[in-house]
Design a protein around this ligand. Structure first.
Ligand code: MRU
Length: 353
């Protein structure tokens, strides 16, 4: 996106280096983590240096290439066994965003599919090509999601979003924010309310930063203001991203999303989710089966780098929540809108198998 640093960049061809934008430093500092070992990639994902479901997937796809590059001299069977180990390690970095497991499985499968006589080096090169494809396709998918949903943005109205589902969460222009970028380019006038998104403030630090760079009028609000602003008629649309969509259409997204969906339902505000097909998980039947990441107490005890509670205060820090399918007006995908959101429409989207 113009005006924004890339989230993931592999520079220098197959023998080059993976760089991940360190989003923990934004918006104060633009800096990159050079990932020369798989542990660097795991740590960047775990610490939210790279975050947002699609960007995590792209980082992990390249991460598998970083992990296995030193083993290109082994025989093919030994190389493939190292690949399986590294894929499991990377997939364990964070549990909720299914794009992570999806991407490492896709890259790993590519290695398995190479002809036996291509050796370990051939398998690795195929994996690298697959990681490059995942990154390139993500940018295209984001653009298509934006085009599929831009007409939903209310002319002259106000759109509320939670967390960051923009360029910084993908290798393209985002999912939820892609609708806003596309509508803005089409000349639609609208305003955005950005939930700050406690505890890690992705809305304040990232979404507000992105929208300002794009020249879109936006105001930051405390998470607790969203429901009241809906009651006052000051919100005409909600759009958020997703970390996993279950087979029945239930959606996991950043903690606080469910509260926004409840308020939107109560006040008749349409609640939309924007997500690529790689975020759908037909193997998870309902939202109840989605693993919810539990993060450390210090993220809750602190805000903006300062302690806000005594060190002895106990905390609970679920990083995601589940919004039932019935609360979602439509899911905007690169293949168009899923509406209504239920098991049948999700099945129709994903096709057989
Ligand atoms: O913990 P994060 O910052 O990785 O959470 C991100 C979100 O919840 C996003 O809304 C989601 O991944 C969609 S990103 C297009």
């Amino acid at each position: 996106m113009p005006g924004l640093p890339p989230t993931v960049a592999w520079l220098g061809g197959p023998d080059g280096t993976l760089y991940l934008l360190d989003q923990t430093q934004l918006p104060a500092r633009v800096s990159f983590r050079a990932c020369t070992h798989v542990e660097h990639v795991w740590e960047a994902i775990r610490s939210l240096g790279v975050r947002g479901a699609p960007a995590i997937g792209v980082a992990a796809a390249y991460g598998l290439c970083v992990a296995t590059r030193p083993f290109r001299g082994l025989d093919r069977a030994a190389f493939l066994s190292r690949t399986v180990e590294a894929a499991a390690y990377l997939a364990g970095a964070r549990p909720t965003a299914v794009n992570l497991a999806w991407a490492v499985e896709r890259v790993q499968a590519r290695a398995q599919q190479t002809p036996a006589d291509s050796g370990a080096d051939g398998a690795w090169r195929a994996m690298f090509a697959e990681a490059e494809a995942i990154a390139g396709q993500d940018a295209d998918i984001c653009r298509r999601i934006g085009q599929a949903g831009a007409h939903l943005v209310p002319r002259g109205g106000t759109v509320l979003t939670h967390c960051n589902a923009g360029a910084l969460a993908t290798a393209g222009r985002g999912t939820a924010l892609a609708l806003l970028y596309e509508a803005h380019e089409r000349g639609v006038a609208f305003r955005v309310l950005v939930d700050e998104t406690r505890p890690l403030l992705q809305g304040a630090r990232l979404t507000a930063f992105e929208l300002a760079a794009a020249g879109i009028e936006a105001r930051l609000i405390c998470d607790s203001a969203a429901a009241s602003l809906m009651r006052l008629g000051q919100v005409q649309m909600v759009v958020v991203g997703a970390d996993r969509v279950a087979a029945n259409g239930d959606v996991a997204n950043k903690i606080g999303t469910y509260a926004v969906a409840l308020a939107a339902r109560q006040h008749g505000v349409p609640f939309y989710v924007a997500a690529p097909l790689s975020t759908f998980d037909p193997r998870t039947p309902t939202g109840d089966a989605i693993p919810i990441e539990q993060r450390g107490a210090e993220e809750v005890r602190r805000a903006g780098g300062a302690d806000v509670a005594a060190p002895s205060v106990a905390c609970l820090n679920p990083a995601f929540d589940v919004t039932p399918a019935e609360f979602v007006r439509a899911i905007v995908t690169e293949r168009g809108l899923v509406e209504p959101v239920d098991a049948a429409t999700v099945r129709a989207l994903l096709g057989p198998g």
